[in-house]
Design a protein around this ligand. Structure first.
Ligand code: HAM
Length: 436
């Protein structure tokens, strides 16, 4: 006899954890709500990002949050973001999908599908939106987080490497984050990197037994990541490892020199970090990361990026160079907040219209009249006038419009300015002029 479907399901499906019916349902671990009082500062950070992008000639693009899993998997064989951290699932049609862990792969896909490659090059694009990585949540690291991503696709000019760095630096500086550390490296390209990797492997092989587990595996699968290792026991070996910037081909060396020259000319300070290789596989030549100057760990990185001249081809499109960066908005917002920047969470309402119970239609009409001048909230709750005044005050309302049944017949209201306590009688039709 065939096993019942549910039994088959039990065998093949992972165990589903259900919330007991007696418990309230909470947000998914590692994902959080951005509450109204924090949104004001988020808006400031996002507006700054959009403004700076526009000033540098970058146009906004929006790509889906869900992408074919293969798009992400193909561009990063051994990276953490792909190997362990990808939210992968199959849809009802059996398609293998993923929640995007980053934006670059999707933007490059969209660049071709949207024929941006036929427009003047490079295509300068930016995107803001949620990304998803199944990692261990901690302060500054979330499973859903937001990125500001900037890409220049279709040119291999090192001037663009410097330009995207300048976009990031300008944005953060204008947000008041002046004490930043920019770390810079070049990791060569398909021409010079293979020979360097052989050198690196030859250096590490005799040390293999002394490396920790992940690094032993990386030695064969992705030796460049050995330089990225943060495990204390492996640190002494790194210091003596060959440096890729000593083994660049002529073109990569010229580009590397040009990027540094351009950054010098732009007055952007940087630190050369021979161990900076970045977590994603697709990089070529310039790679960089931005940190707050007092931070040390990878968890503090405010952003990172680099050139990815092999990415388009890895996705199955014609070979096309590109460079970009992405910054974690959650972390930038936290720093801007910590720096003491205050943005008044604009009150939900400047005017609160309140009236006697049973006057809902009238109250709504007065609110409609006032709305031509100011933002208006209506208090429909059945509670005392005193209680209504108290909550209007808490809401931060500048004015309260009081409606009583008797006055409503004469189409007049009491307009009270909360700060001064002054109250005047105003005809409904004159309310906008008083509030203007
Ligand atoms: P990434 O270094 O993987 O690069 O991420 C960029 C930034 O996103 C990080 O520096 C950090 O600020 C933020 N971030 C990453 N993971 C988390 C997390 N779990 N929680 C909070 N913030 C996080 C990329 O994503 C590349 N696509 C950048 C790029 C664009 N390269 C070329 N173009």
């Amino acid at each position: 006899m065939d096993a019942p479907a549910s039994a088959v399901g039990l065998v093949t499906l992972p165990r589903i954890r259900r919330v007991p019916r007696t418990e309230p349902i909470k947000a998914v671990r590692g994902m959080r709500d951005i509450l109204p009082w924090d949104r004001a500062i988020w808006r400031l950070v996002e507006k700054g990002a959009a403004d700076v992008a526009a000033r540098f000639g970058y146009a906004e693009i929006v790509t889906p949050v869900i992408e074919p899993a293969e798009l992400i998997e193909r561009v990063g064989e051994d990276t953490d973001a792909v190997a362990k951290e990808l939210y992968r699932f199959d849809d009802r049609g059996g398609r293998h999908l993923a929640l995007r862990p980053e934006a670059t792969a999707g933007i490059v896909r969209a660049y071709f599908e949207g024929h941006l490659n036929q427009e003047p090059q490079p295509a300068r694009l930016y995107l803001m939106g949620p990304m998803f990585r199944y990692n261990r949540p901690q302060k500054g690291r979330y499973r859903q987080f937001f990125q500001y991503d900037v890409e220049a696709i279709g040119s291999d000019s090192p001037a663009l490497d410097a330009e995207v760095i300048e976009v990031a630096a300008t944005w953060l500086r204008e947000l008041g984050l002046r004490r930043l550390r920019l770390e810079l490296n070049s990791i060569g390209d398909a021409k010079c990197r293979p020979a360097y990797l052989e050198l690196l492997k030859a250096y590490y092989r005799p040390l293999k037994d002394q490396l920790h587990g992940d690094c032993q595996r990386r030695l064969e699968t992705n030796p460049l990541l050995l330089l990225d290792c943060k495990v204390p026991q492996d640190q002494p070996f790194k210091a003596k490892a060959p440096r890729i910037t000593d083994h660049l081909c002529e073109e990569c060396a010229a580009a590397w020199a040009a990027v540094r020259r351009l950054l010098d000319a732009a007055g952007i300070e940087y630190r050369l970090d021979p161990y900076l290789v970045r977590g994603l596989d697709y990089y070529t030549r310039t790679v960089f990361e931005l940190f707050p100057s007092n931070g040390a760990g990878a968890q503090d990185a405010l952003g990172g990026g680099g050139r990815y001249d092999g990415l388009a081809q890895a996705e199955g499109w014609p070979p096309t160079p590109g460079v970009g960066f992405a910054s974690g908005l959650d972390r930038v917002v936290e720093l801007v907040q910590a720096a003491g920047t205050e943005v008044s969470a604009a009150p939900a309402a400047e005017v609160v219209v309140l009236g006697d119970t049973g006057l809902e239609v009238v109250v709504a009409e007065v609110a409609r009249i006032c709305r031509s001048a100011r933002s208006v909230a209506v208090d429909y709750e059945a509670k005392s006038l005193k209680a209504k005044m108290k909550s209007a005050n808490k809401l931060g309302a500048r004015w309260v419009v009081l409606i009583t049944a008797g006055e409503a017949e004469r189409r007049i209201a009491q307009l009270k300015e909360m700060a001064s306590g002054e109250q005047v009688e105003v005809a409904w039709a004159d309310l906008p002029a008083h509030l203007a």
